[in-house]
Design a protein around this ligand. Structure first.
Ligand SMILES: Nc1ncnc2c1ncn2[C@@H]1O[C@H](COP(=O)(O)OP(=O)(O)O)[C@@H](O)[C@H]1O
Ligand SMILES: O=P(O)(O)OC[C@H]1O[C@](O)(COP(=O)(O)O)[C@@H](O)[C@@H]1O
Ligand SMILES: [Mg+2]
Length: 317
């Protein structure tokens, strides 16, 4: 049997560990594995290469993705996906493993509906997929944010300032909330936990009067303009405020052990499912057990493992 693997959408630390697991598990089961370069773009261009044990050696600890990734809007068109399927079939490839986020899953679902078997592996720092407690990359990005916020608190405290920290996450607050709780942020603002600006400014005034030396406001991107918010807080609360947008640094770096293990387990599991003739599903981890589910469930995000953290904000932040 011959299968292919690709990474798609935003890169995430641990994607390489997942690629390695797919290739090595494939070889273990006597399956040939082809790597597709640059996500769906490589699928359409026929940019494939047969992977060997050696082609995935020494990648386990590397950030990014050795296969490259891309965002390709035209993959939403059926005619473009038809070319991809034709290319896969020409190479004798019978199934495709897609490591990516929600957008990539939509592409994988569409291929499956067109008769080409696919399996999704959750690879995104955003943790914005349903049916899985965690996505590959989330814990590494979280560690990077926590490290940055600890540093920002040092400088904020020295100057008696308030610090707004904007995280990635697209429209999902998991990174901001987990980082906010890990760093003891005074305020956490996410799409699921919106800002009460007046209350926040009142509290900051009180903090300032009490002589507190710093305050951290964690906020998910696409929520508000953090530079304008910093200015307004400075003017209205008397607590000098600065904003830091963490940006792409959150996507890079060597994956933490948790992401490496998660990626290894899920990559190998995806191969096992294909071997069992199962496709049209996404894999995940639930209560530390490997699970698989229809793409629709992965795309219909319930609050999953983060629900209790949202409730915790009110109690301890
Ligand atoms: N509705 C869709 N149908 C087919 N392909 C899609 C669809 N949505 C997204 N994709 C493909 O998946 C790619 C990755 O999606 P994107 O949302 O950018 O990242 P992620 O998968 O990390 O969430 C897109 O660039 C596009 O090629
Ligand atoms: O790399 P781009 O195209 O600037 O996109 C930035 C987006 O990618 C992410 O880093 C990861 O998102 P995806 O996993 O959906 O690709 C988001 O947090 C962020 O909003
Ligand atoms: Mg996404």
């Amino acid at each position: 049997m011959r299968i292919a693997v690709l990474t798609s959408g935003g890169d995430a630390p641990g994607m390489n560990s997942a690629i390695r697991a797919v290739v090595r598990a494939g070889l273990y089961y006597g399956i040939e594995v082809y790597g597709v370069y640059d996500g769906y773009r490589g699928l359409v261009a026929g940019n494939f290469e047969k992977m060997t044990r050696k082609s995935v050696s020494e990648i386990l600890s590397r950030g990014g993705t050795v296969l490259g990734t891309a965002r390709m809007t035209s993959f939403q068109q059926k005619e473009v996906r038809e070319i991809a399927i034709e290319n896969l079939r020409k190479e004798g490839i019978e199934a495709l493993i897609v490591i990516g986020g929600d957008g990539s899953y939509k592409g994988a679902l569409a291929l499956n509906e067109m008769g080409f078997p696919t399996i999704g592996v959750p690879g995104t720092i955003d943790n914005d997929l349903g049916g899985t407690d965690y996505t590959i990359g989330f814990h590494t990005a979280l560690a990077t944010i926590v490290d940055a916020v600890d540093k920002l608190r040092d400088t904020a405290s020295s100057h008696q300032r308030c610090s707004i920290v904007e995280t990635m996450g697209r429209h999902c607050g998991d990174l901001a909330i987990a980082a906010g709780l890990s760093c003891g942020a005074e305020f956490i603002i996410t799409p699921e936990h919106p800002m009460d600006k007046e209350k926040m400014i009142e509290n900051l005034k009180k903090h300032k009067l009490e002589g507190r030396r710093n305050a951290i406001i964690m906020i998910t991107e696409n929520t508000t303009n953090v530079y304008e918010l910093a200015q307004e807080i400075s003017e209205r609360s008397g607590f000098a405020c600065r904003a830091t947008v963490l940006g792409y640094v959150q996507r890079g770096g060597s994956p933490v052990a948790e992401d490496r293990i998660l990626a290894g387990r899920m990559g190998a599991y995806a191969v096992e499912l294909i071997k069992q003739g199962i496709s049209g599903v996404a894999v995940g981890v639930s209560h530390n057990d490997l699970v698989y589910m229809p793409y629709e469930k992965a795309l219909d995000r319930d609050r999953g493992s983060m629900q209790d953290l949202y409730e915790l904000i009110g109690k301890i932040s």
